[in-house]
Design a protein around this ligand. Structure first.
Ligand code: NAP
Length: 248
């Protein structure tokens, strides 16, 4: 059976690298994005040029109606999905907790946490043997920040990833007997555009000296861990939080 895998936030960065690698491993990939259709189409073009199959779907994962439309599009195009990578995530500008607005907190948790819950809910409804599914695998993209706490920069982001870790452990136990494995990858500082979106475009390389391996990760290195956790090679791994952070 050909795996059908949805990667949220796959128009660039870790999500795009994961879509390309999953496609190389024979998955049909669904490339979700929020705003940048052109970038998502370029990832799909790369997948197809390499002989793979790709579907692009716009959806803001923090909006329930969008998530329902996204899964409906997959159902109609390819049928029940077998893999989900909850990768879509955002940071905000560096700030201390005493300066956070409610709007900042709502956006952070709506995208990073509620979006992951909504997508996992829809995936479980399709994958679980309880619902007539054939099983599957979910990989949540957390962060080593969940361990560090993000002081003086983004405690909100770190806390949202802490929620993802606990979500991973809880959901993994809930669906383990229904054919679904649930794991998380916790990237360290990775060289993507997320840092520019938080107002610090050079952050990944500026922090290189604080990383034991003395460099940020490449998105492709994070994608390798995600694709392994999705694969049958990880058939007895569930509830794991896998750090991929150059030793940080
Ligand atoms: P990125 O380069 O900023 O890419 C983010 C992706 O998410 C884009 O494709 C973006 O699509 C999409 N996205 C944003 N908001 C969305 C929404 N509401 N609904 C659907 N898609 C949305 O980020 P990245 O660095 O690759 O990060 C990917 C994941 O890894 C995130 O969960 C992040 O927290 C985590 N992570 C990153 C690092 C790092 O250092 N880079 C470290 C640890 C963990 P559009 O452009 O179309 O909006």
């Amino acid at each position: 059976m050909t795996p059908i895998t949805l990667i949220t936030g796959a128009s660039r960065g870790i999500g795009a690298a994961t879509a390309r690698l999953c496609a190389q491993h024979g998955h049909r990939v669904v490339i979700n994005y929020a705003r940048d259709a052109q970038a998502a189409e370029e990832v799909a073009r790369q997948v197809r040029a390499a002989g793979g199959e790709a579907l692009t779907v716009q959806a803001d994962v923090s909006q329930e109606a969008d998530v329902l439309r996204l899964f409906d599009a997959i159902d109609r195009h390819w049928g029940r999905l077998t893999g989900l990578v909850n990768n879509a995530g955002v940071v905000d500008v560096a700030a201390r907790v005493e300066d956070y607005s409610m709007a900042r907190l709502q956006r952070m948790f709506a995208i990073n946490v509620f979006g992951s819950f909504l997508c996992a809910r829809e995936a479980v409804r399709r994958m679980s043997t309880r619902h007539g599914g054939a099983g599957g695998a979910i990989v949540n993209v957390s962060s080593v920040a969940a361990r560090g706490g993000g002081a003086n920069q983004y405690v909100d982001y770190a806390a949202s990833k802490g929620a993802i870790d606990t979500f991973t452990i809880g959901l993994s136990k809930e669906v383990a007997a229904e054919g679904i494995r649930v794991n998380a990858v916790r990237p360290g500082i990775t060289d993507t555009e997320i840092h520019a979106s938080g107002g610090q475009p050079d952050r990944a390389w500026n922090l290189a000296s604080q990383i034991p391996m003395q460099r940020p990760g490449h998105p492709e290195e994070i994608a390798q861990a995600i694709c392994w956790l999705l694969s049958d090679a990880a058939s007895y791994t569930t509830g794991a939080l896998l750090d991929v952070g150059g030793g940080r």
